[in-house]
Write a protein that binds this ligand. Structure first.
Ligand code: PFF
Ligand code: NA
Length: 452
């Protein structure tokens, strides 16, 4: 394949990968998972998997993209052929595409809630509201399939437009505006929460741990979260890696991505819990943490409406820079494989994920607790989709590690990584043994739980 696409600058891959990594996973999911799973213990398991599993697989996945210079599905097919190895490895591409599709479907619905709250904040609608009013407001939003579908449509539509404009005019230009703004806003929110919240209580909650506090489901969630937060195992990073310039160091870039992503999650966690503790609110709110507790905390603080509105803009921007990375791998595949135009390919992915997203929409109302679906599966469709992606991502990651560590010719891998011998040996040891063992361990621990 000659004349493949490449990012305009050496640093663009880092920008794009950070854009993909930093998202609802950091701002919405990480804090509420900590709140539900007893604080520090969750963070400990999460941090361990980031280092032993996340970073090595991040390097491997980027490498697969850059060395194949194709979309994940076509790239895996190409590598399997040229390395004369088993065709099962091709399932890495397919597994990734399926996971990307599922994640995009619910990601867009949740991001849609942030549109609602941005609006409520800037219009000052929540200024006089008390706890009951705000929590009723959230319940009313969840009870309305029409409203949620409207926001879901808006969000996924915007994401589609950015990707449809191409990797240079759309993705690159979009990220170059969005990312610096996001970091500035995050810092502003942190400063605000230090002044107006209880940062000491937040820090002690996040950094004291008792591993016994962590349930078996907590272990799976922590590992699932570390894959989710780094955008691993679903082709997003592989697709972006395919456009990476050959000179850039893979190891250094991967470590930078993991570091920035973790820092954002920690800062967001600190800021959110400082506000929540400061206002004396409940931390174990689940998915509603950011949407109920935070608006309430902002409502009671000086300039809360303005800062709250700015905060939800941050959430939206972070979500958008992630959702575009979920569309890109599948869109690139459709363009390569079926000769579609980019806008056509994007439309196919977006419309399919939009329709799938309706399942998440109705999980909070028509198919909520008490409905036939909920009784049959003992959870909502949204929770089922989340559980599925929590299995797909580590499975995809496991296969990426094994493929990169065992199936590929190691002299070529070494050349592609372009790092020192020590780094290479360390990385290879991690992807060959440590990452697979860690993933297998968590799966085994989880088995009794999944069986009920
Ligand atoms: N990493 C994103 C987050 O933390 O919000 C979510 C995500 C984006 C997961 C892209 C997977 C992906 F391919
Ligand atoms: Na993340």
């Amino acid at each position: 394949m000659s004349g493949h696409n490449v990012w305009t600058h050496n640093g663009t891959f880092l920008l794009a990968a950070v854009g993909s990594a930093v998202g609802l996973g950091n701002l919405w999911r990480f804090p509420y998972l900590i709140g539900e799973n007893g604080g520090g213990a969750f963070i400990l398991v999460y941090a361990l998997t980031i280092f032993a599993v996340g970073i090595p697989i991040l390097i491997a996945e980027t490498m697969l993209g850059r060395t194949s210079r194709r979309s994940p599905i076509m790239g895996m097919r190409h590598l399997t052929k040229t390395h004369r190895t088993f065709r099962v490895w091709e399932s890495i591409g397919w597994l990734g595409a399926a996971a990307a599709f599922l994640i995009l479907s619910f990601y867009s619905v949740i991001a849609g809630w942030a549109i609602h709250y941005t609006w409520l904040m800037f219009t000052g609608s929540l200024l006089e509201a008390d706890a009951q009013a705000i929590s009723e407001g959230f319940t009313t939003l969840l009870a309305s399939p029409a409203l949620m579908t409207l926001y879901h449509t808006l969000f996924i539509g915007c994401s589609g437009i950015v990707v449809g404009m191409g990797i240079h005019k759309g993705i690159e230009s979009g990220l170059r505006i969005m990312m610096p703004a996001l970091f500035a806003i995050l810092l502003a929110v942190l400063v605000y929460s230090v002044i107006n919240g209880d940062i000491a209580a937040a820090a002690s909650f996040l950094f004291t741990f008792n591993v016994a506090d962590l349930s078996v489901e907590g272990w799976l969630q922590a590992m699932g979260q570390s894959f989710f937060t780094l955008s691993l195992g679903m082709g997003a990073i592989m697709a972006y890696g395919a456009y990476m310039t050959s000179e850039t160091s893979l190891t250094r870039t991967a470590i930078a991505i993991a570091f920035i992503d973790t820092a954002v999650a920690m800062v967001a966690g600190l800021a959110i819990f400082a506000l929540v503790f400061g206002a004396g609110l409940d931390i174990a709110q689940g998915p509603g943490l950011m949407f109920v507790t935070l608006p309430l905390a902002f409502a009671e603080m000086p300039m809360g409406a303005l800062i709250g509105g700015v905060f939800f803009i941050l959430v939206l921007g972070a979500a958008l820079s992630s959702s575009i990375s979920l569309i890109e791998p599948v869109a690139a595949y459709l363009v390569e494989r079926f000769d579609m135009t980019r806008p056509q390919a994007v439309a196919v992915m977006v419309i399919a994920a939009w329709a799938m997203g309706l399942l998440t929409v109705i999980s909070f109302n028509i198919w909520a607790e008490g409905s036939i679906f909920h009784i049959l599966f003992e959870r909502s469709a949204f929770e089922l989709i989340e559980l599925l992606t929590n299995v797909f991502m580590p499975l995809g990651g496991l296969m990426i590690a094994l493929f990169a560590g065992w199936a590929l010719t190691q002299t070529e891998v070494k050349k592609e990584l372009g790092t020192s011998a020590t780094w290479f040996v360390t990385w290879r040891f991690l992807v060959r043994f440590v990452s697979p063992a860690a993933v297998a361990f968590v799966f085994l621990r989880t088995l009794p739980y999944v069986e009920g």
